[in-house]
Write a protein that binds this ligand. Structure first.
Ligand code: FES
Length: 353
């Protein structure tokens, strides 16, 4: 099964000094009919090592282009290469759009959205807000966008243009860590106290239908907790996390528990409708076992963040070391992240869908 498709780079431009917006023309456009909020998983070989990275689509549904934003991460091989060397005419390889960071667009409804983005977390939120403003003419969107300073605001001009185009329906509040602003509240880091003042004076959370959060993990968790305290239910809060749990981080209690219960197992792994029996060593993940047996199992982050490696447990039991991607209802239905799942029964059957 061809999971990766070729895409030609048709434009590359800087949105800030260390971030590029890349326009792509897929060889098979029908495979890239995305839902705003989704991302693409890219793979590229760097000196004999294959790297996979996820980048969110930043184009709105009606922009007529497929665009992603890539911010350079310190020491990030893929993002540094894309910012320095990627050129028009190059070919990239990516999987079809995926991700669950979205809610249905309902043109007949008048909804109130609030989006929280930190740094490059703006990319999926931008795609969503552009589509909402265009396709839900009676809906409103407030964006709270956190950055270090003015110079690190991705899409600053585009956001200003949207404000002018959708006056009265779109509002953006920039929170800048190190650049002073006229209103003190908008300077510094987002924390619980700042959010409480924001919700008292600037954003009426009681009116909000859906909140989107995308950014660094600590900021996201603070915002989610505050939204809950101000009355939003988990169904109303969508969040997307990138880059958590890098190697070298201390193990979480869930990971320690999973590893303590792990056993060696015989696994039947169903991929593209075909079952293969493989041995999973004690402490090895389902994904590691599949890849060790040359199975073309899907994956990207290997950190429990993206859900690319999602599969369903049909028999037996596994423990997940981390889960930053699956919703509770998916876990209840038996879905797991295979990059984080170690068997805890001596026989398991899993299926990639
Ligand atoms: Fe990203 Fe498993 S590969 S969650």
């Amino acid at each position: 099964m061809a999971r990766f498709h070729d895409l030609t780079v048709t434009d590359v431009h800087k949105t800030i000094r260390d971030a590029v917006v890349v326009t792509l023309q897929p060889d098979t456009p029908e495979d890239f009919d995305f839902i705003p909020g989704q991302y693409l998983t890219f793979k590229r070989d760097f000196d004999g090592t294959e790297l996979r990275r996820n980048y969110s689509i930043c184009a709105g549904k009606d922009d007529g282009v497929l665009q992603i934003g890539i911010k350079r991460v310190d020491g990030g091989t893929f993002s540094s290469w894309a910012n320095a060397d990627l050129q028009v005419g190059d070919t990239l390889q990516a999987m079809e759009p995926t991700g669950t960071f979205h809610t249905p667009i309902e043109p007949d409804k008048a909804k109130a959205y609030v989006g929280f983005a930190g740094g490059s977390g703006i990319t999926p939120v931008l795609s969503i807000l552009k589509t909402v403003l265009k396709r839900e003419p009676d809906s409103h969107f407030t964006l709270v966008y956190a950055n270090r300073g003015v110079n690190s605001i991705m899409f600053r001009e585009e956001l200003e243009d949207l404000k002018n185009t959708y006056m009265g329906r779109f509002n953006v509040i920039h929170i800048l860590e190190s650049d002073a602003q006229e209103i003190d509240l908008f300077t510094g880091r987002i924390d619980a106290a700042k959010l409480t003042t924001l919700f008292d004076k600037w954003i009426d959370i009681a009116d909000v239908d859906t909140a989107y959060i995308c950014g660094p993990e600590p900021m996201m968790l603070t915002i989610r907790d505050s939204l809950r305290q101000h009355g939003l239910t988990d169904d109303q809060i969508k969040f997307e996390l990138f880059g958590a749990d890098q190697p070298g981080r201390a193990k979480t209690p869930a990971a320690i528990k999973a590893d303590a219960r792990a056993v060696g197992a015989e696994a039947s792994i169903i991929l593209d409708g075909t079952a293969r029996s493989v041995h999973v060593d004690k402490g090895q993940t389902i994904l590691e076992a599949a890849l060790a047996n040359d199975m073309d199992a899907p994956f990207a982050c290997r950190a429990g963040v993206c859900s690319t490696c999602k599969c369903k447990v049909l028999e037996g039991e596994v423990d997940m070391r981390a889960n930053h991607a699956l919703e509770d209802y998916e876990v209840e239905q038996g879905y797991v992240l295979s990059c984080q799942s170690v068997p805890v029964t001596d026989k398991v059957v899993v299926e990639y869908e």
